[in-house]
Write a protein that binds this ligand. Structure first.
Ligand code: BES
Ligand code: MN
Ligand code: ZN
Length: 495
């Protein structure tokens, strides 16, 4: 889809569909008022009849505006005026997109984007709304046989801004939205693929493909023998039960000043997590194909950053493997030596994410990174704590924590701070090794983060547990592309 910024008032501009906002209770936004005037009071009549309340997320099409420049209108609810926020704007843009997908309109103007929440400028408002639309237009590359449903007609989307002076800001926002949308789509495609297709080898091939598309990208693939040479006993302990060869995928993006230390993104790439010998229960086990969502978000963030040629240096590090039971698999109680030299007693083979991430974090040290952020579908406990709305955000560095929290707020891809503290890390004590890979049932998301913390000594490090946010379950099962928006916003802030 093609995005452009526009300043013409609603009703004065030719379009297939004018999307205007209405606050809860029926109060028209400025754009809705302008369109209402151009359409002889049609919108206020609809509201007066009680056909549209303006609740957040609701929408009502007006099929025909009786001639004039606007073929159709779509009213979208903005919710209560007092609570109007980025989230309301994003929900309104998403509601518009859901309708536009099914409509015959080939082009539309999102006047609702001009309805900027307090503290949100034209740059953020246009980026947020364009991204919401692009994201809603994503289609799962499914493997259904038979006729595909027809592709949506919409090809062009205008994003309204209020003043000419804001056009440059809005255009930058739209360009970034395009990049983030590409990154999210890549991330979702990878995570949605079944594990028999999306293997560690497949991920390595896709990484090589990315490096062919972007000349600013270099790729390095480490094989099992390289991992052995580097002493990555912890990572290797997870893959040893699988017939699929593991890969450590490194993507180096150089867009910033040469010699400026990069930021490292480390993504959990377990392409299928059976739990290993500590086997998972059958119900819902298929979801464990999404256990490489952290890796997918690293690919997505790098695709976004590279396609918008952002002036930053980033290194993506993805340990990719399967966690399978077999005669060669790790047994509970086995002890391994990690690349850091620390020994680990594997009490539960299903706590495998931390075992591959700790070696990847140690590997990241060779880049002398300014910051290391790992992203992982790490614990079911995080899903219990935060559900599907906020990612878990862990860092002993208050500054980094705040940066990531703000990036999540700006993109409405939120993360909530959780503690990292010695009291929890102490629970990982083992009688047989430097530390155990699990503690008790209590505070499971926090003890998992504290395990990684033990390997991040001296690094400016944060951990995002996206087990609840990276994909949806139930009727809308599939990858969400989160936290690509958060990551990209944060990376852009480093520029
Ligand atoms: N990949 C899972 C975490 C997970 C669970 C993600 C549910 C998404 C939904 C992870 O490898 C795992 O199995 N964690 C265990 C840790 C436990 C053994 C300490 C868990 O959360 O049960
Ligand atoms: Mn597991
Ligand atoms: Zn896992």
């Amino acid at each position: 889809m093609e995005f452009h910024a526009t300043t013409a008032p609603a009703g004065a501009q030719r379009t297939g569909c004018a999307v205007v906002g209405v606050y809860e209770g029926g109060e028209l936004s400025a754009a809705a008022q302008a369109l209402d005037a151009a359409a002889g009071g049609l919108i206020s009549r609809v509201i007066r009849r009680g056909d549209f309340s303006g609740k957040a997320g609701e929408s009502l099409p007006i099929a025909d505006l009786g001639g004039g420049k606007v073929e159709r209108a779509l009213l979208v609810g903005l919710g209560p005026r007092k609570e109007y926020s980025r989230k309301s704007l994003r929900r309104a843009a998403t509601a518009a997109a859901e309708w536009l997908k099914k409509s015959g309109a080939r082009d539309a103007v999102l006047y609702v984007a001009g309805e900027q929440p307090a503290g949100v400028d034209a740059y953020h408002a246009s980026r947020l709304s364009a991204l919401a639309v692009a994201s809603a237009f994503y289609r799962i590359p499914d493997l259904k046989s038979g006729k595909k449903p027809p592709a949506p007609k919409l090809a062009k989307l205008g994003v309204a801004i209020n003043e000419r002076g804001e056009a440059a800001l809005a255009r930058r926002g739209l360009a970034e939205a395009g990049g983030i949308a590409r990154g999210m789509a890549l991330s979702r495609d990878l995570a949605n693929l079944p594990a028999n297709v999306c293997t560690p080898t497949y991920l390595a091939t896709r990484a090589r493909g990315l490096a062919r598309t972007h000349r600013t990208l270099r790729v390095r693939i480490l094989e099992a023998r390289d991992m052995k040479r580097l002493g990555m006993g912890s990572l290797l302990s997870v893959t040893q039960g699988s017939d699929q060869p593991p890969k450590l995928i490194v993507l180096e993006y150089r867009g910033g000043k040469a010699g400026r230390a990069p930021v490292a993104l480390v993504g959990k790439g377990v392409t299928f997590d059976t739990g290993g010998i500590s086997l998972k229960q059958p119900p819902g086990m298929d979801e464990m194909k999404f256990d490489m969502s952290g890796a997918a978000s690293v690919f997505g963030a790098i695709e976004a950053i590279a396609s918008m040629k952002a002036p930053v240096n980033v290194v993506g590090i993805v340990p990719a493997c399967e966690n399978m039971p077999s005669g060669r698999a790790t047994k509970p109680g086995d002890v391994f030596t990690s690349m850091s030299g620390k020994t680990i007693e594997v009490l539960n083979t299903d706590a495998e994410g931390r075992l591959i991430l700790c070696d990847a974090i140690t590997y990241a040290r060779r880049y002398k990174p300014r910051a290391v952020v790992d992203i992982a579908t790490l614990t079911g406990a995080c899903v219990i704590a935060l559900g599907a709305h906020y990612s878990g955000l862990f860092s002993p560095d208050a500054g980094l924590r705040r940066e990531l929290e703000h990036a999540g707020e700006r993109t409405d891809d939120p993360a909530w701070p959780m503690p990292v503290a010695e009291e929890y890390a102490d629970l990982l004590k083992s009688n047989f090794a430097d530390l155990a890979n699990v503690a008790g049932r209590e505070a499971g998301a926090i003890t998992a983060a504290c395990f990684l913390w033990r390997f991040a000594d001296g690094l400016r490090w944060a951990h995002l547990d996206v087990a609840g946010t990276a994909y949806l379950t139930g009727a809308r099962k599939g990858s969400t592309g989160r936290p690509v928006p958060l990551l990209v916003d944060w990376l852009l802030a480093q520029a």
